[in-house]
Design a protein around this ligand. Structure first.
Ligand code: RRO
Length: 309
């Protein structure tokens, strides 16, 4: 009799967050959960990262906020959010029903605001980690600079680290001179993991009207166009740190995700694909398991960082 091969072990420990598989959904592309609950089984996700939360409710940018380019999505949503109280009251009772780690993406306009929103989440049941959004390309003040100025970046990560008991995951901006400096700074400041990349600052123009396609003029580019950029930055960052890395950028199927794992990501997050195909994360989980099986790998960790370069 041929021995029955055990199913590959997909479990990942993301800096203290125990995940049943390495496939997460990226902040801003999956709402706060209920928006997708009728379409997919949320319990199959490795983790869910919710849209960015601030101390107070905010409205976001004027429309149009999105524009489809040849190979990616340009957005300038501008961080609309229900505020800390609104999020905890409206969404946490829903999210607590699921057996999926909830990672809350947080943002502020000042270092103190980041620290305060982080502190408030200490008392919220059912939150497993905080992703620090220092890399939104779409608000006039603050956030983009926190992601591209190393000193400001350190100050935010330090302040959040000092105020929270939860694992913290700074989300890195792609438009920096040396991604390794930001990855290492995150680790030195006590981050438990890093995620990268956020969308890439970009511009789309209507030649007839000579106007920008977005009300905000510029936006962040995501989707297939940025995947090779993201792979390169993940590969560089993962070799520079020993904390876990979440790879993000244009993942539309299991093969894309597997490329990020090979580049050194311990987990991946699906972003833009959720808008057109909400089942992408679940299909990606199945595809990774099938790949590991086919390649005789017992654990997903056996694939991480195996680029033959
Ligand atoms: O809300 C947005 O415009 C936005 C954010 Br917070 C972000 O981090 N990345 C992005 O592409 N858009």
């Amino acid at each position: 009799m041929t021995p029955v091969q055990a199913a590959p072990d997909l479990r990942v420990n993301l800096g203290g967050i125990a995940m049943k598989n390495p496939v997460m959904v990226a902040s801003g592309t999956f709402g706060y959960g209920p928006e997708y609950a009728d379409l997919v089984d949320l319990n199959q996700l490795g983790a869910m990262v919710v849209k960015g939360i601030h101390l107070e409710p905010t409205r976001g940018n004027e429309t149009p906020r999105t524009f489809e380019t040849a190979s990616g999505l340009l957005n300038a949503i501008g961080l609309p959010n229900p505020g800390f109280d609104g999020f905890v009251k409206t969404y946490m009772p829903f999210l607590r029903q699921y057996d999926v780690p909830v990672i809350v993406n947080i943002w502020g306009r000042t270092v103190d605001e980041y620290a305060e929103v982080a502190r408030r989440f200490n008392d919220v049941d059912g939150v497993h980690g905080l992703e620090i959004n220092v890399s939104c390309p779409n608000i006039k003040e603050g956030s983009a600079l926190f992601g591209t100025d190393l000193d400001m970046f350190r100050r935010v990560v330090d302040a959040v680290r000092a105020r929270t008991r939860l694992p913290v995951i700074p989300k890195l901006a792609p438009n920096v001179g040396d991604i390794r400096a930001f990855a290492c700074a995150a680790e030195a400041c006590g981050a438990n993991a890093i995620s990268l990349i956020n969308s890439f600052p970009a511009l789309a123009i209507d030649a007839e009207t000579r106007r920008p396609e977005l009300a905000n003029v510029t936006g962040g580019l995501s989707g297939p166009a940025i995947k090779p950029i993201a792979l390169k930055l993940v590969w560089e960052a993962a070799r520079a740190v020993s904390i876990p890395v979440v790879g993000i950028g244009g993942i539309f199927n299991a093969t894309d995700a597997i490329e990020f794992l090979i580049a050194g990501a311990d987990a991946v997050a699906i972003g833009t694909a959720n808008f057109t195909h909400p089942g992408t994360a679940m299909e990606t989980v199945r595809g990774i398991a099938e790949y590991l099986d086919r390649h005789g790998l017992a654990r997903v960790g056996d694939l991480v960082g195996t680029l033959a370069a």
